[in-house]
Design a protein around this ligand. Structure first.
Ligand code: ADP
Ligand code: MG
Length: 484
């Protein structure tokens, strides 16, 4: 194995020449440390395969990385304040709820209903709100700063597998001859598996019932549950917290809320925490049953991760509004915190504001002229929904469709790196782009924030040629950071 400085034009760092032997060893490491996926082989339902990974960590400038990490706790506090501001949420999302009646509109309905119910009937328990955030960034090459792609407030995945990738990369670099001291200097420790589990356990603890149960809301056809199962096992091993996996439909069928106490009961157990790994996309709601489940959970006294309000606070429309002058500042705990966050904002414009906002009008003209400098985003999560290039331009010039739920965003221009991607046992060196996610945990009980932590990171690397690349979809791979 030869170590050399990458002669890639933009960054340097530790790279390792791939070989069949090294890749074999890496795959064995994955198998023996649980960095695996279901192989989705109908002929062999038990078959597992290593999670797709990059052979060596991707270089990020230390300063830019540290800023992203430092912004984590400010983002947690800020988004919690947004989620608590009924007037703000309702007014910012008004047009998006109309333009996207199918999803944002229905979430808003559930939210308003519950707020009205509380005002009418009151509650005899404090609101217990847990959020596992992930703020996603790409390095913007022209300025060498991290710009935020989005702030996720629901179902952020890969927290556990991503900690394992850090271990895999330490193994690979060590095997290739890099000494331990160098490895520890350039590879930041990734605490995501530990701190996310601490957060979930704190959410159960905040509820306090002796049943110590978390319901994980999952999709009926979940294929890649291994990341989720890591959370379950860790919760059990470290905290004695039991996980029950349920779909929204099952919750509607089996769940009940005790009118007096607010206790949510499912299968004979009182639920301390409801943790959503589904429910972020309209296809998770086949009909009224799933929406009823959401209502049931919302009015219970269980800790919610997240509440409907927090899910709405994580929408693209809110992200765009926060970037306007004075808005993120209004929700920040200090001017310093606000400045840290504001540095991360790319250009963002709301198409619901075209009548009044001259900068949005200009941005639309620029985007029609040069669509490749922009991304157009609907109010959706989970990848594969954004519009680019000619599709973006066509949507802007069309003029017949309601576009008030769309957000126009400056395209971030990350540097490319040569990475060796290992997917299903095959490896190839490709020009790639990487995205860094910084996890955070915030727990609030009533008025009091009882936990606010930065919670490690996720790096996803995708071939330069794909506009978006889900890891689960098989395009992107899991990666980690080396600081340069
Ligand atoms: P989702 O909620 O579907 O994950 P994102 O906003 O994260 O939506 O966009 C999906 C992907 O599209 C991102 O992971 C990134 O690769 C790409 N993308 C999104 N916004 C931008 C942007 N402003 N510049 C460049 N690429 C972007
Ligand atoms: Mg995303």
């Amino acid at each position: 194995m030869v170590l050399r400085n990458s002669d890639g034009s933009r960054t340097s760092g530790l790279v390792v020449d791939p070989s069949a032997e090294l890749v074999q060893d890496a795959m064995a490491w994955c198998a023996q440390h649980g960095l695996v996926y279901g192989a989705q082989n109908p002929a062999d339902p038990c078959a597992l395969v290593h999670a797709p990974f990059a052979l060596t960590p991707v270089p990020f400038p230390r300063r830019a990385f540290e800023r992203a990490v430092a912004a984590s706790r400010p983002f947690n506090v800020m988004i919690d304040r947004v989620a608590r501001d009924e007037g703000y949420l309702t007014s910012v999302l008004e047009a998006a709820a109309r333009g996207d009646a199918e999803f944002t509109g229905r979430l808003m309905e559930v939210y308003k209903e519950e707020m009205q119910r509380r005002q009418r009937d009151g509650t005899n328990f404090p609101e217990r709100s847990l959020v596992l955030t992930r703020s996603d960034y790409m390095l913007h090459a022209p300025t060498s700063t991290m710009l935020q792609v989005e702030l996720n407030t629901i179902a952020s995945s890969f927290g556990c597998l991503s900690t394992l990738v850090g271990g895999l990369h330490r193994f690979i670099l060590g095997k290739a001859g890099v000494d331990r001291a160098t490895i520890e200097q350039v590879l930041p420790v990734n605490t995501s598996m530990k701190v996310l589990v601490d957060g979930l356990a704190a959410g159960v603890e905040a509820h306090g019932h002796a049943d110590r149960t978390m319901v994980m809301v999952v999709q009926p056809d979940e294929q890649n549950s291994f990341d989720q199962q890591w959370l379950q096992f860790q919760l059990w091993d470290r905290y004695g917290v039991r996980t029950v996996r349920k779909t929204l439909r099952e919750i509607q069928e089996e769940g009940a809320v005790d009118a007096a106490s607010g206790d949510l009961r499912i299968g004979g157990r009182v639920v301390g925490l409801v943790y959503f790994r589904a429910g972020y996309t309209p296809s998770d709601y086949h009909g009224d049953a799933e929406w009823d489940a959401r209502r049931l959970i919302e009015r219970s006294n269980a800790t919610k991760c997240p509440t409907v309000a927090m899910q709405l606070a994580g929408s693209k429309k809110v992200q765009q509004d926060l970037a306007k002058p004075g808005v993120v500042e209004r929700f920040s705990e200090s001017a310093e915190a606000a400045a840290l966050m504001r540095q991360c904002f790319a250009g963002l414009w709301g198409l619901d504001e075209l009548d009044t906002d001259t900068s949005a009008q200009q941005a639309v003209r620029d985007a029609i002229e040069d669509p490749d400098a922009f991304v157009l985003k609907p109010q959706r999560e989970g990848g594969g929904n954004n519009l680019y290039g000619t599709e973006l331009r066509d949507t802007l010039v069309d003029g017949t469709k309601d576009v008030s739920d769309l957000v126009l965003m400056q395209k971030i221009l990350p540097p490319s790196n040569t990475s060796v991607l290992v997917r299903r046992g095959k490896y190839e060196a490709l020009e790639t782009l990487s995205e860094l996610g910084i996890y955070g945990v915030l727990l609030r009980v009533g008025e009091e924030v009882t936990m606010n932590e930065e919670a490690g990171m996720l790096v996803r690397t995708k071939p330069e040629v794909s506009a978006e690349g889900g890891v689960a979809a098989g395009f992107a791979v899991l990666d980690s950071v080396q600081l340069v």
